[in-house]
Ligand binder design. Structure first.
Ligand code: FAD
Ligand code: NAI
Length: 472
């Protein structure tokens, strides 16, 4: 008989959620996780809670308040005098948020009687996992009828710009600068570059992003991406496109980044350099060779649509498998796998996973964009409504951006929703729900939205799909 019904390797939003759902469904569950925080203590929640989604949003919220106090309060008649930032206090608050949430998961584990095993997990045989406990020389072997691999992902290190954990850093380092760098360089203008770049830019760092691609935000609807790109200077972000990194040199005084584009060679002098050029799956050192676990050609664990690996009773979820590297995708897969093990037949709808970039204003989307639909030869109608014509946006002073809804030309079914503007991260939920229920643009247009709200822009964009928007 096995020690457990389920062993989960990895305690991030994929693994811890899978463990909770397994326990809720009555399975005896263990979760092995090797993350150790700055204080040297094990901490559940993986990248997302410890050094990803949560701390980055805590900082983005702090700098948003700072920005408002400096640039917007006066418009409201609020006088606050000189505004300054205490970076240490901001970091302490961020850490407190992380501690509260990671501690909350530990409490949930206790509540659901999940065995939390701090240490590294490694597959050693059929249904058997070796746990290398932290700080101890003990190697325990445990067994389970089912194993869920949720080992997540790590930053990609560039040969030309090796991390020194001080001045040349990854996202974890950029979440913990002790002071505002005077000049910040960022390699990569993807999600992390934009989010963490804007944290420090809004605090006054002269921030330059080097983007390898000529196209800004390749996966985003062009009309939206172009609007975001146009507003980048307002966020204090300068982006150099088509920038090929040549070398990075450090002296005591500064870091010099040499890069090249069609116009020739350039040098960027900065005080700190953030490398945010993508992440790769944590699929090494988990015993794959020993047990014959298969990978796809890119280092991700190969799984079918139901997250089954090639080994019976072994599943893999989250960043370590194909699909977007997003916390909510990892969690959705975790829940689905737990329910599948329990004999249920859940489905993850990969077509309706929302994406958000938490800059200010935010960018959010779900489904297909105009270029993808064109490429697939799908006829569609588009409805666009700007926040500049939305009453609540004016009341709030957040009139930048738009909502764009794309619907099938024949059936009117919503195929994609793209939002650039304040609260896009919250507004997108309505679009996801509409798509989950295969709603038409007319369904959204006939839904009564409270007035005055930002969500009325979604309503108006839905009306605009057939040319009947009211306020434009
Ligand atoms: P992870 O969160 O990476 O967790 C895996 C865990 O397994 C880790 O604790 C790791 O230490 C542990 N582990 C690895 N190997 C082993 C082993 N052999 N034995 C035991 N334990 C092991 N996504 C969003 O959706 N929204 C956001 O706003 C967002 N912001 C982000 C900001 C930053 C700066 C970063 C870096 C990422 C962000 N992400 C965001 C991405 C998100 O963090 C990941 O998609 C998510 O954490 C993936 O969850 P996971 O459970 O697959 O893996
Ligand atoms: P990314 O894939 O979003 O962006 C990396 C960018 O770096 C790409 O545009 C790539 O072309 C560029 N690049 C790669 N090598 C380069 C080089 N040598 N020089 C210049 N540019 C180079 O990856 P990022 O920003 O590191 O984030 C990793 C993942 O984390 C994201 O894909 C996302 O899944 C997740 N994430 C999600 C967030 C969210 O949901 N809001 C926030 C932060 C991260």
């Amino acid at each position: 008989m096995s020690d457990y019904d389920v062993i989960v390797i990895g305690g991030g939003p994929g693994g811890y959620v899978a463990a909770i759902r397994c326990a809720q469904l009555g399975m005896k569950t263990a979760c092995i996780d090797d993350y150790v925080n700055e204080q040297g203590a094990p901490s559940l929640g993986g990248v997302c809670l410890n050094v990803g989604c949560i701390p980055s949003k805590a900082l983005l919220d702090s700098v948003h308040h700072y920005h408002r106090a400096r640039h917007e309060f006066a418009n409201h008649g609020i006088q606050v005098g000189e505004v300054s930032i205490d970076v240490a206090a901001m970091m302490q608050r961020k850490q407190q948020v992380v501690q509260t949430l990671t501690g909350g998961i530990a409490m949930l584990f206790t509540k659901y009687k999940i065995d939390w095993l701090p240490g590294r997990g490694c597959l050693v045989g059929e249904q058997r996992v070796r746990v290398e406990s932290r700080g101890e020389d003990t190697l325990n072997e445990i067994s389970a009828d089912n194993i869920i691999i949720a080992t997540g992902s790590s930053v990609v290190e560039l040969e030309a710009a090796p991390f020194d954990d001080d001045r040349i850093v990854d996202s974890t380092g950029a979440l913990a600068f002790a002071e505002v760098p005077r000049r910040l360089g960022v390699i990569g203008a993807g999600v992390i570059g934009l989010e963490l770049g804007s944290v420090w830019a809004r605090l006054g760092a002269k921030t330059t992003l080097l983007a390898r691609s000529e196209t800004f935000l390749r996966h985003v609807d062009r009309q939206i991406a172009e609007a975001v790109q146009q507003d980048l200077p307002d966020s204090g972000l300068e982006v150099q496109f088509g920038a090929r990194l040549r070398s990075v040199k450090k002296t005591a005084r500064q870091i010099t980044v040499t890069w090249e584009n069609a116009a020739g060679e350039h040098k960027l002098h900065v005080d700190r350099l953030l490398v945010a050029a993508g992440r790769r799956p944590n699929s090494a050192d988990i015993g794959a060779e020993t047990v014959g676990l298969k990978f796809d050609g890119r280092g991700f664990i190969e799984v079918d649509a139901e997250c089954r690996t090639n080994l019976p009773g072994v599943y893999a979820i989250g960043d370590v498998v194909r699909g977007p590297m997003l916390a909510h995708k990892a969690s959705a897969e975790g829940v689905a796998v737990a329910e599948r093990i329990a004999g249920q037949q859940p489905q993850v709808n990969y077509a309706t996973i929302p994406s958000v970039i938490y800059t200010w204003p935010e960018v959010a989307w779900v489904g297909q964009n105009a270029e993808q639909l064109q490429a697939e030869g799908i006829a569609f109608n588009a409805g666009v409504f700007p926040f500049a014509a939305n009453g609540r946006a004016h009341a709030a002073g957040d009139t930048v951006g738009m909502v764009k809804i794309l619907s099938d030309a024949r059936t009117d079914t919503i195929l994609g929703v793209h939002i650039y503007g304040a609260h896009a991260s919250e507004l997108i939920a309505e679009a996801v729900l509409a798509m989950e229920f295969s709603a038409s643009a007319e369904d959204l247009a006939r839904t009564i939205h409270a007035h005055p709200t930002f969500s009325e822009a979604l309503h108006e964009a839905a009306l605009a799909v057939d040319g009947s928007a009211l306020h434009i």
